[in-house]
Design a protein around this ligand. Structure first.
Ligand code: GRF
Length: 217
């Protein structure tokens, strides 16, 4: 199935932290590079700077506190309820530090995407950058992928390699990884909303990558 043929569809972004990827998405929506409407930005952390970024851009924000929900699935049901109410067709995880329940995945199968700071399937988990440095690999990178029931596991949409240089620290590498993230995440979202992505089992076919790449923020 091709993802969608509509443009200007509704997207929602889920974040827990600083939100630099969110900013790159907002900027590229505002420039018209991503033909979509941001229905809302949701966070599980009321202090997330990502919420500030959304508010400054005039985007609706939602904060949910996990303490108000007994089970993970109850929390996810509330998110899904809000997504459906706003006719959201693509859910974008941008530093959202929670695992999604099978319920959420089932409701939005192949319509949830995530960005990971490593070349999956290497260095899964929350410390992709540190783990790559500790392992001594010479090349790491960035992966945009669909989200399935397993951690950092779903079908891969786009990847970009980033070289690890002599003397790199987590900070210096993070900076270069972020630069690539801020280019390929908007590009992957654009491909999805323009209906140029087809999921065939584990393989994602991309019909035509945009001639113009998103600019790094
Ligand atoms: C990014 O490095 C992304 O790969 C990972 O979480 C980080 C979020 O950073 N999933 P930011 O909040 O977008 O700055």
């Amino acid at each position: 199935m091709w993802t969608t043929l509509e443009t200007n569809l509704n997207i929602a972004i889920l974040c827990s932290g600083n939100g630099t990827n969110l900013q790159a998405i907002i900027d590229n929506v505002n420039k018209g590079y991503i033909p979509a409407r941001i229905a809302f930005v949701l966070s599980d952390e009321k202090k997330a700077f990502a919420l500030e970024r959304a508010r400054s851009a005039g985007i609706e924000t939602v904060t949910l506190d996990k303490k108000d929900y007994k089970e993970r699935e109850d929390f996810d049901r509330e998110i899904v309820r809000r997504l459906k109410k706003k006719n959201v067709e693509l859910v974008i995880l941008a530093g959202f530090m929670r695992l999604l329940s099978p319920y959420f995945i089932k409701e939005y199968r192949n319509r949830i995407i995530n960005i990971h700071p490593a070349l999956l399937p290497s260095f899964k988990g929350p410390h992709g950058i540190k783990d790559a440095i500790d392992q001594g690999v010479k090349v790491t990178g960035v992966t945009v992928h669909f989200v399935d029931e397993y951690l950092d596991n779903g079908p891969i949409i786009l990847q970009k390699a980033v070289e690890i240089k002599e003397g790199d620290t987590e900070e210096t590498l993070l900076e270069r990884v972020h630069k690539e993230e801020h280019r390929i995440y908007p590009e992957a979202i654009k491909l999805f909303v323009e209906g140029k992505i087809k999921v065939e089992g584990r393989r994602v076919r991309v019909i035509a990558r945009p001639a113009k790449q998103a600019e790094a923020i």
